[in-house]
Design a protein around this ligand. Sequence first.
Ligand code: FAD
Length: 392
Amino acid sequence: MGIYVITEECSGCQECVQACPMGAIEIVEDVAVIGDACNLCGACVDVCPFEAIKIEVERKKAKAEGYKGVWVISEQREGKLMGVSLELLGEGRRLAKKLGVDLSTVLLGSGLNHLAEELISAGADRVYLADDLVLKDYQGDAYTKVLSDLVEEGRPEIMLMGATMIGRAWAPRVAARLETGLTADCTALDVDEEGRLLQTRPALGGNIMATIICPNHRPQMATVRPKVFKKPDLDLTRKGEVVKLQPRLKKADIKSRILEIVKEVKGEINIAEADIIVSGGRGLGGPENFKLVEELAAALGGAVGASRAAVDAGWISSYHQVGQTGKTVSPKLYIACGISGAIQHLAGMQSSDCIVAINRDPAAPIFDIATYGIVGDLFEVLPLLTTKLKEA
Ligand code: FAD
């Protein structure tokens, strides 16, 4: 395993020096010399016009044969389906149709028979139901073993999971056990003409959107945040198959125990679920002015959101932050007050049905995606709106 330069072929053209992301190559006496910083990425091999650089890397045997179908791994809490599972079934249905394959879903828990019909109505052709008391609540060891066993038997080509607290813990464990790739927190999915899953997510601090493929291993695994996709309309006439599974778990498979589940108590409206959100940004000028946002939100029966700038300034808690490093929301109405519309903020709210932007700068990027824009001073516009709404 290693990299070497065929010195007779090398012209010292420097293409490899520019292509190397590690700065590991220098030209010495018209010949490329590769230093210790090389991480064998192969960028130099690809650009060399003389095929003078060779790389020999022992690659794992590709495992992409014999996998078919799209699977959505559904989640429930206390016998109720998580919204993201329905959203992923809608998107999974679209991908399965494009690939001409079935859409299946997997559900683990206890006492869940009543959910199978809902999953079929949302688009599943087949529901794998592992219903057992030991699976009642998420337990990493048990859930990983049951899902990995099932995937090894069922061999789906694509597997989608919610980027929930549980999904973020569960998906990487399953991916590691199956020795496949995982793209976390995708914001868009598609399949190319070769049937490969195109997994798009923000990269490099959110400054670019990267589309990632998993060419050699299966299943192609992605997690997607709640609210990125819309829930499909339920079709109560759809028919599907329910496959009941008996989990094969031994005592030794489970190394940790759930002693107690303590629920976080929140008095405020959960912004991830709210239909109406009024968000404030740096344009508010200080924490005391968040009351203008709160008053408008209260008049509309909505929740309060915030940009990261407002959160970082300590004006409001991070619980309210909308965006790439905050919550993804998709309400019916999103009112952005004094928010410029940075890409990282838009990543968390741009799928809202109706976006109203209030900003005194007519060139603010938020207006590019706003349904309605109000160019004006929020200190005048917000009280006026609140008063009018209360009157109405
Ligand atoms: P600004 O960009 O400063 O905009 C303030 C706006 O208020 C301006 O457009 C101004 O014209 C307007 N304004 C000022 N006064 C008034 C007034 N009186 N009336 C009306 N309008 C007024 N940001 C997020 O929001 N969420 C994230 O999750 C997030 N994640 C990030 C992750 C990374 C890795 C990075 C690098 C950045 C992230 N950011 C995130 C930060 C993001 O890049 C922006 O800095 C941030 O969104 C800006 O917040 P803002 O719009 O409130 O402030």
